[in-house]
Design a protein around this ligand. Structure first.
Ligand SMILES: Cc1ncc(COP(=O)(O)O)c(C=O)c1O
Length: 395
């Protein structure tokens, strides 16, 4: 469909095409993971402010490998997860045979409720896997200090919040491990892609091995590789599989696109921040939530949440969005309350949905619409006018 206001626009530009063409014009092409992947990892680490990054083929692969590393280092145990997030933040925990423990959201930032995290940490908790939802920061000093004191690992999912900050430092630098996604819909794209980031050398090594079949030769550290080869001297040094793993590698073409897109990320994020403010300042606060905690935010989408819960009003809103060709997704991040999804049925027996009121409001009455860099103020004002003129039953 041709949208008047799509979710994303022009996230793959002419200059990306030129960068790929340049790569393909080289002689003796190696397009599988090689130099450009390493260059992208180094430039990403520098941009983010961490020591190490590992480029993988999606954000969900980054989630899976991260929780696999957690299991190797700390398992078994419980992982506190959000109810509003992407499926892979929870499936990664289940597939690694760890127990997900769910918390409701904070309506001001759509991220995990700090109060509930603190209440649910116990002796079995090995990590909190916190998603920064749609460009909002979900961290506080209180939470970081509490988790440090309890020796619970903080893992950040920043797949939806590239460039957002807490206390002037980028999200993804606070957790022991952080994850990013470069899927088309996000702040920048490598078509498909994800990143695992850390300051911890052991985690870096594990991520590189697990990304590539569990093979020791992926370490990139000759001393270590030789030590392992000596230990397993009945095996070919090039084929020592240390863990039961898979192939989550990315490739040179996607890395070149990532390198090119990274050049405009900060500039584009500045526009996104400015545009979110125009949107929030012009929406009718009697009809929609506009009172978000904006400190450090960087949103790739506009959160559009009905203030009052009403299914008839929801119908009116969706009708109008369809008529005016404004593309939308209901449930904000990941389709809303994960506890309502069929894949979790066997894992949440005994959980009472009534204890998850905030995420349920967003599940039924929350949406997101596009906030892309080429979006002009005039279009935001038109979209707000359309939204404000809907005649709701409950006001
Ligand atoms: C919070 C979050 N985590 C993980 C992912 C998975 O990323 P990908 O689509 O690159 O697999 C997404 C995807 O949109 C996401 O929003």
């Amino acid at each position: 469909m041709n949208f008047f206001h799509p979710l994303m626009h022009n996230n793959f530009s002419n200059s990306d095409t030129m960068a790929v063409k340049k790569l393909l014009s080289n002689k003796n092409l190696v397009l599988t993971q090689s130099k450009k992947v390493r260059e992208f990892e180094n430039k990403w680490s520098k941009w983010l402010g961490v020591k190490y990054s590992v480029f993988v083929n999606s954000g969900s692969s980054a989630n899976f490998l991260t929780i696999n590393i957690l299991k190797i280092l700390k398992g078994p145990g419980e992982v506190i997860v959000p109810t509003l997030t992407w499926v892979s933040d929870i499936s990664s925990v289940i597939q690694n045979n760890l127990k997900p423990v769910f918390v409701d959201i904070n309506p001001k930032n759509l991220c995990m409720s700090e109060k509930e995290i603190i209440a649910k940490v116990n002796k079995k908790t090995i990590a909190v896997f916190l998603s920064h939802i749609q460009g909002f920061n979900g961290l506080s000093s209180n939470l970081i200090n509490f988790l440090k004191k309890k020796k619970v690992m903080l893992i950040e999912d920043v797949c939806e919040s590239h460039g957002a900050k807490f206390k002037n430092k980028k999200l993804g630098t606070y957790g022991r491990i952080s994850n990013f996604s470069f899927y088309y819909a996000h702040h920048m794209s490598t078509i498909e892609g994800g990143m695992i980031c850390t300051n911890d050398k052991k985690i870096y090594h594990l991520a590189k091995i697990l990304r590539s079949h569990g093979m020791s030769r992926e370490l990139g550290d000759k001393n270590l590789e030789n030590k392992i080869a000596k230990k397993y001297n009945k095996l070919s040094p090039k084929f020592i599989f240390l863990y039961p793993a898979y192939n989550f590698r990315n490739n040179e073409i996607n890395a070149v696109i990532g390198l090119n897109q990274l050049k405009s990320l900060d500039k584009n994020n500045k526009i996104r921040r400015k545009n979110l403010l125009i949107f929030l300042h012009n929406l009718d606060p009697k009809k929609y939530r506009v009172d978000f905690d904006l400190a450090g935010n960087c949103n790739y989408a506009f959160p559009l949440i009905l203030r009052k819960p009403s299914f008839s009003d929801r119908k009116k809103l969706e009708n109008e969005l369809n008529i005016k060709k404004i593309e939308f997704r209901r449930g904000n991040a990941g389709g809303g309350n994960q506890l309502r999804q069929p894949y979790l049925k066997e894992h949440i027996k005994g959980i009472n949905l009534k204890n998850f009121k905030e995420v349920d409001h967003v599940h039924f009455f929350g949406y997101y619409i596009g906030n892309y860099p080429s979006l002009l103020k005039s279009k935001i004002l038109k979209v707000c006018k359309i939204l404000n003129s809907i005649d709701y039953n409950i006001e």
